[in-house]
Design a protein around this ligand. Sequence first.
Ligand code: GLC
Ligand code: CA
Length: 572
Amino acid sequence: MPVVSTDWRQQVAYQIYPRSFADSNGDGIGDLPGITAKLDYLEALGVGIVWLSPVYDSPNDDNGYDIRDYRRIMKEFGTMADFDQMLAGMKARGIRLMMDLVVNHTSDEHEWFKQARSSRDNPYHDFYIWQDPVEGREPTNWEAAFNGSAWTFNEATGEYYLHMFSKKQPDLNWENPKVRQEVYALMHFWLTKGVGGFRMDVINMISKPWQLDPTGQSLPRLPDAPVVQDGFLQPAFEMVTHGPRLMDFMHEMRREVLDHYDCITVGESPCATVEQAQAITDAETGALNMVFQFEHMDVDSQPGKGKWALKPLHLPDLKASLSHWQTALHGKGWNSLYWCNHDQPRAISRFGDDGVFRVRSGKMLATCLHMMQGTPFIYQGEELGMTNVKWHHIDAYQDIETRNMFHVAVTQKRQNPEQVMKAIHAKGRDNARTPMQWTGDAQAGFTTGQPWLAVNDNFAEVNAAQALSDEDSLFHYYRQLIALRKTWPVLIDGQFELLLPKHTTLFAYTRQMASVRLLVLCNFSSQFQGLPLKQLPDISKATPLIGNLPLEEWHLAPDTLAAWEARVYVLS
Ligand code: GLC
Ligand code: CA
């Protein structure tokens, strides 16, 4: 049996959103036996790590990101025996399983919270974050991620509890050592079962900015967020990210758990700066292998107005952001690389062309990302070139964030529903959550029943069966990119240098290690692009490494890139 590779930095990860991956029993919901049945597909792609979105028992207010019991499998997904079988199948294929660890908050149906809310004297009360009303209202002006206040009143105790997400996702009180011990215990539980690491949900939000009363007369309080918009509620994420005790908690977790296993970790870190990411991922003084940062996910929204305030992409912004992360973490930490996940729209619809150039622009985006330094994460269906959906009615959408936003925008803020739907088409999370398209058969071969969320209509053309049988497909291109990472050390350790930073359609950079130097050229447009040869390294004697057009075309037009073309040269 192959063993899990220890050089994880050569590996590419693949994210599975289980509800939408493969349904084995016709109830319309993806499940663990469904995943097990598709492991050969993942092996063929060549990925070495699977990040599995949550599969724990949950009432599904936020599709499993609200956990009721960390040691049970969600009934709809199967049993612990199904889990063990899936894990064994992954191990047999040399694939490491990375579980989703959601411990900034639990479900309000978790036993701890049921106890905690029952009375102020309950031993679990201090597992969560409580504050008394201030002048009869919420203790701070914090707005929750899924709209409304981040505080909900609890009758039984006469206090408010904090929830940075929905009111069914109360935040845990990490200041309480008992909470931390419970978290470490559940991590040990999964690691001893043989899982190979964790993706940690919003982990940089666990330390809250408590303010102590210097006189010691009143209890610690949380401060208000700065006022940047009309009304009482204000965005509060920056208030709670990278809080004062975050690194203490992370170091303790490392000492108590992570250092004792062969495991890989990635911490989801909204609002993280490169300095914060360095602190978290430094091999000596940090705690995790990498973070998911969000800076490049903000380039197509209006600054400070949130993700729904659309703005056309200005390529230099994207380049500046990604290259800043490349150079700042080089030799100091480790990047994760991603275009999309279950919270983001489909990459091709967002940064490429989901019409005639769907496959070509998908290959270009993949090239652009996979030649960078860090661990690439492929989100299910990205390797097939799946695209966004445009449903006309809000009722077609299931995502709590999307539905709440629509409701508030249309009924409270009186925005034009058509405009709001436009934002949903561009940014809504259900774009990524439509069922995986396996075949051209009914329901894309995802289920024999009715899927929980509609299948994208383009499944007859866009599906895995087609992709596997077509040697020119996006799938096979990803396979090649994944393989290159294992044979070209420059991709792992080479230095990154951005070229042509101001160019509005070309994304060009080099990677260099000792005498090996690669040049990556990507055209982010549907137009031909002449290459400004004087500002680029000499390509006249360079050899092609990989690209999304046949080699004859490189030779025919050495100084021009076609629409959405990508080329990688080995410079001599
Ligand atoms: C993370 C997850 C997202 C979830 C949120 C609350 O951002 O990726 O899906 O809604 O945390 O757990
Ligand atoms: Ca099922």
